[in-house]
Write a protein that binds this ligand. Structure first.
Ligand code: FE
Ligand code: FE
Ligand code: ZN
Length: 261
């Protein structure tokens, strides 16, 4: 994986911890994990980002669904320790009817059970588009979860540009305003990673359909401001655009060309 990223011009990557639909994970190859860590060190990689299966729902009203989310996240966090010091991102979930407040309580309680003082992984809540009963579509909701997490130095946020845009935060015309708001509500020190995706839909559509960079409603000019913004430019950026390897390679080159050295 590390070598392929290097050949694509990248210096970090995101991966699913298991099938994104949530099946059993492969056994960890300890030697493989060590080789990756030294390759990352030699090539000065930024922290890498693991993504939990997106079908998990830690905010579900159904205790069975919550238990499955908990066991999966617990297992993922144990496995993450084979590559110490990296990041783990998950979707806070959907409350499916019992209310945002209850969803927030369930999510933070779950985190307080699975996070361990000895873990070296930083857990990230992803900003969501707010479709359906999704929790995490508003910065206030993420702030409320974070406030309740006991191991406060191990929790942060991953901002998805498509999601916040679809959720109604105008990063195209008012990037400074959105980041000021994020800082006021959550704190920019909590922001650890960016999912960089264009959007197939207009501002506040609450849709969450990713588009290739420059091909959607966010557009290349806005992305140029985003990747160079003083509050964002040193963070790791992860593409989740609808692409295969050549498309990602081209997007990495495009964005690198727009990045002010
Ligand atoms: Fe995600
Ligand atoms: Fe994302
Ligand atoms: Zn998305």
């Amino acid at each position: 994986m590390g070598r392929q990223i290097l050949s694509m011009g990248g210096d970090t990557f995101q991966f699913f911890t298991r099938n994104p639909r949530g099946s059993k994970a492969k056994a960890i190859d300890v030697e493989d994990a060590k080789a990756l860590m030294s390759l990352m060190e030699e090539n000065r990689f930024a922290k890498i980002l693991a993504h939990a299966p997106y079908t998990l729902n830690p905010a579900s009203a159904d205790p069975k669904v919550r238990e499955f989310a908990e066991l999966t996240i617990l297992d993922d966090l144990e496995r993450m320790e084979y590559t110490p010091g990296q990041m783990y991102n998950f979707h806070p979930g959907s409350h499916v009817g019992q209310g945002t407040e209850e969803g927030i309580r369930l999510i933070s309680d779950l985190l307080n059970r699975v996070m361990k003082p000895e873990q070296t992984t930083t857990v990230l809540l992803e900003t969501m588009a707010g479709k359906g009963s999704e929790v995490g579509g508003r910065f206030e909701e993420l702030a409320e979860i974070i406030k309740r997490v006991e191991l406060t130095e191990k929790i942060g946020v991953c901002l998805d540009t498509c999601h916040v845009h679809d959720g109604g935060y105008d990063i195209v015309n008012n990037l400074d305003g959105v980041l000021e708001k994020f800082d006021r509500v959550v704190g920019l020190d909590r922001l650890k990673a960016i999912h960089i995706n264009d959007s197939k839909n207009p501002l506040a559509s609450r849709k969450d359909r990713h588009e290739v960079i420059g091909g959607g409603h966010i557009g290349l000019e806005a992305f140029t401001r985003i990747i160079n913004h003083p509050a964002l430019r040193d963070l790791p950026f992860f593409l989740e655009t609808p692409n295969e390897i050549p498309g990602y390679t081209a997007e990495i080159a495009l964005l690198s060309g727009l990045y002010q050295k």
